[in-house]
Ligand binder design. Structure first.
Ligand code: N01
Length: 536
């Protein structure tokens, strides 16, 4: 038993039972710490537990969208197709939890309502919705970057007498759209995946679009047995490849500027990438997110594809986006634009015709009252900081994280792992790490390994408190901003910048220089005896 349990209930308290919570609990347990996980849902899965909406799939390739730390686990699991469905990924996470015997370390249906750092006793007091308080030395947010669903503040939601759902908070029981008049609000990754599937079933589907989106085919296919067998035998090279590529998975990124090739050459490249599907398209050239001119070549190509796919010219024009391609999260579809050729599908542009209110029977815009049986909010998340703020975490000075970061407008961390004034509080894939710009399981493994090493290093030195120094936080934050300012990300409204949330000023709390550089920096920090951290 740990020497610290006389002071606290546990050494480590982990919130979340998705990819990051599972791996964190595993690593802390293996390191000999007492660890307890808490999860709001009734079982493991994290976002893959909640995102059960029709058509939900991953768009990282399956053989890379998994843990690679264990040869045994990598070999035992068999993916069915290039892009796995939500159901399959959830099964995978249950499989991992059972293989590693992790479920016994979690308490489910336990939601954190607040957490306070007790400076005098140097411990965290974490309060749950059932009025129970748990103490721990280290408090770990494994809460994911996209866990706080954003239901826009449209008045009248309570009046609506039909049923409404959010894609990120989908019920466990199947939702039946057969013979129903359905609305989908929102056309991000979730909406674009759900719309073609719902359209097949519903009597009518009306899509409420605020910003048209660039969607590139996913091109999913079933894996062949021989391929999967060879991949399983090669776990260590797959892992090496994932750890050495910018996105944490190979994408065939071409190290060529779009402007260094002729229009004809670009057409061939884009057509090839379009047919290959997935992340091959946004990585077709290396400057699509830096040069406005290069970006326009990709954007034009996709707009032409939309125009040649959607039969009604007015609808096609309404579906054509104008923002910088891939500066919002790239979207991969399976028949999204084709769906608008179906007679039961219509499009409402909410910039032309804003939604005013939900009524008893449906949606009232400035022009029309539309009646619906079911409304699907595919309106995304309060990303990156939402799930952290929701826990109402208070640091040494008593200030909440939300106040500390001015409601998310001045997010400041060191390596996305920690922030000043919050000792022994660590975030997995937190703000200002590469997180959402890469393949998450790789980012998670690296971040959890880093945090485990940090804690164990401190304990070896006899220190129980690990805190990041303010200078390290401000230097890292400045560095992240300087790099991001070179890109088109900061010139585009998105959930990356937080501007999808009403009244939030733009920020960009992500490290954009890619995973290998980030890992190299973290490794250097470790080599330099965890410089930037104070162990007391
Ligand atoms: O959310 P989003 P998402 N009235 O924020 C619109 C991951 N993910 O759940 O663009 C009307 O992208 C909003 O409009 P606008 C992935 O990282 C992965 O789809 O803000 N519309 C937008 O169209 C992804 O990026 C996978 O103008 C409103 C939509 O709702 C992230 O999750 C699958 C509105 C929200 O799009 C989030 O995707 C699914 C309002 N008041 C998700 N408010 C895969 O792996 C918002 N919108 C494939």
């Amino acid at each position: 038993m740990s020497e610290q349990t006389h002071q606290t209930d546990y050494d480590v308290l982990v919130v979340g039972a998705g990819f990051s919570g599972l791996y964190a609990v595993y690593r802390f347990r293996e390191a000999g710490l007492t660890v307890q996980g808490f999860e709001r849902a009734e079982d493991v899965g994290g976002v893959w537990h909640w995102n059960r909406y029709p058509g939900a799939k991953c768009d990282s390739e399956s053989i890379y969208y998994n843990f690679t730390f264990s040869e045994d686990i990598y070999r035992k699991w068999t993916w069915s197709s290039r892009f796995a469905s939500q159901k399959e990924i959830l099964c995978y996470l249950h499989f991992v939890a059972e293989e590693l015997d992790l479920k016994k370390h979690f308490q489910f249906q336990r939601e954190v309502v607040s957490a306070f750092y007790d400076d005098e006793n140097e411990l965290w007091k974490v309060h749950f919705s059932d009025d129970v308080t748990v103490t721990a030395k280290y408090f770990i947010a494994a809460t994911g970057c996209l866990s706080k669903a954003n239901v826009p503040p449209i008045s009248g939601i309570d009046q609506f007498e039909g049923e409404w759902y959010h894609t990120g908070d989908w019920p466990v029981d199947e939702v039946d759209f057969k013979d129903q008049d359905v609305a989908v609000i929102g056309t991000g990754s979730s909406g674009v995946q759900a719309i073609p599937v719902i359209a097949k079933e519903a009597k009518s589907l009306t899509v409420f679009q605020r910003t048209p989106q660039y969607a590139v085919p996913a091109n999913n296919y079933v894996y062949e047995h021989d391929y999967i067998d060879s991949v399983k035998k090669d776990r260590s090279s797959i892992r090496e490849l994932m750890y050495s590529t910018r996105l944490g998975m190979p994408t065939d990124r071409r190290e060529v500027s779009a402007l260094d090739e002729t229009k004809e050459q670009r057409e061939i490249i884009y057509e090839h990438a379009w047919n290959k599907g997935g992340f091959v398209f946004p990585t077709a050239y290396n400057d699509l997110l830096i040069s406005e001119e290069s970006n326009a070549t990709a954007a034009n190509f996709i707009r032409n594809k939309i125009r040649s796919t959607v039969q009604n010219e007015d609808v096609a024009e309404q579906l054509c986006p104008e923002y910088y391609y891939a500066a919002k999260r790239p979207i991969f579809d399976s028949g999204y634009y084709e769906t608008f050729n179906q007679p039961n599908v219509s499009l409402v542009d909410v910039k032309q015709e804003p939604i005013e209110v939900l009524t008893k029977t449906g949606i009232q815009t400035t022009k029309t009252l539309y009646d619906f049986d079911k409304i699907v909010f595919a309106t995304g998340y309060d990303g990156i900081t939402g799930s952290l703020f929701k826990m109402n975490i208070h640091g040494r000075s008593g200030q909440s994280l939300q106040e500390h970061w001015q409601n998310g407008e001045t997010v400041q961390t060191y390596l996305g792992v920690a922030t000043d004034d919050f000792p022994n509080f660590f975030m997995i894939t937190g703000p200002q790490s590469p997180s959402v710009l890469m393949n998450m399981p790789v980012a998670i493994e690296q971040h959890v390994d880093f945090i485990t090493d940090l804690i164990m290093n401190a304990r070896e030195k006899g220190s129980t408190n690990v805190e990041v120094v303010q200078a390290a936080v401000s230097n890292w934050s400045n560095e992240c901003k300087t790099i991001a300012d070179y890109t088109l990300y900061v010139k585009t409204d998105s959930w990356y910048t937080g501007t999808n949330i009403e009244n939030r000023t733009s920020r960009f709390p992500i490290f954009v220089a890619g995973f290998p550089i980030f890992k190299q920096i973290c490794d250097q920090v470790i080599q330099n005896d965890f410089e930037g951290f104070v162990m007391s």
